[in-house]
Design a protein around this ligand. Sequence first.
Ligand code: ASP
Length: 437
Amino acid sequence: MGIKVVKFGGSSLADANQFKKVKNIITSDMERRYVVPSAPGKRFSDDIKVTDMLYKCYEIASKDEDFSEIFEKICHRYNEIIAELSLDLSLEDEYKKMWTDFKNHMGRDYAASRGEYLNGIILAKYLGYKFIDAAKVIHFDEKGNYDDEKTMEYMAKYLSDTDRAVIPGFYGITPNDTIKTFSRGGSDITGSIVAKAVMADIYENWTDVSGFLMADPRIVKDPKPIKYITYAELRELSYMGATVLHEDAIFPVRTSGIPINIRNTNEPSAPGTMIVAGGEGANDYVITGIAGKKGFCSVTLEKDMMNNEVGFGRRVLQVFENHNICFEHIPSGIDTMGVVVRQEDLEKNKESIYKDIQAKVNPDSISLVKDMSLIAVVGKGMVSQIGTASMVFKAISDKGINIRMIDQGSCELNIIIGVDEKDFDTAMNAIYDAFVK
Ligand code: ASP
């Protein structure tokens, strides 16, 4: 029998009704053997995620103020699920321990981790699966970095004779027995780690959308779903703002070539998106997706004979490094060079950056292109297709939009263009229409 690791996000486990859907999904396929739950998420748009309630509660507790009201609300969320599922389970002892631990300032990460911990206990009971505390199997080192070697060792120890288990997402333990969490949304990473550990055939990540869409639905109306996407394409799209899966969740499975399937708990019959190494499956369009972000600017330098000045680029970038600023792109001409950075990073230290650039490379002029948005058109198929770039540019110029910057990634996986923020939505739609309609 194959092995599937299934991770369910917060909205998939927000209340008893969602738990029922989750159980149906799991029991409909016997290969779904290892389950990673998030904490209960939002039940309706104004609702508060349990994780956020826990952070709030701990903040109050750490000031030694009365945190009972919010603490009770948290317990109530779980008790309601237990009651509605008619489970023979009481978490009262767990709540008592949590209460004392909060009073004793056990740590913010510890507090947040209780969301998935308690949800895991309930889900394990409901499914009749073994519960394995993530603090037993997910390890971090003294510096707080995830320790894969130790984790794999403990996973093997705990899971080798357990063919069905629930392992809560989001947290693990450090060598001095302190609970530590991944960054927000980190249950996705736990799922990926478990998939690697049990050498799963597939890592199914169940959420509330039917996979990745070719563009942000807040900008492009009814974008088509992406059937297949490679890990590399996904990196490009997530970096530029597509947020269905935690950015770091691909690393554990990527090395083992385990595909990730993004699925929708509320629409289990939809195939969702398959995230693969490459080669498998085909999409219907030349491009895989479009994503973009606002808030960039380009610092443009001009200097006669710049191209002959060895080390010019390095010295310019050194100035940004000294100010702890990452650059996004460096489009350049013979005697010009632009450095694209986040506008808010530049604004904070603009005067001293300009002064340092002046001192280091003495340019003839420095100018600034502000309020720029970057749009990434991503697709591995673009490499072999003549004319993709011209389609992108034509789509934009037909709308009378001026392109401020162009950059093609060196592996031809993407074309990045910069346009004024005010033109962002129009440009996104124009590109989408050119390729999809
Ligand atoms: N519950 C955590 C969060 O809200 C982790 C997760 O859901 O993945 O960020």
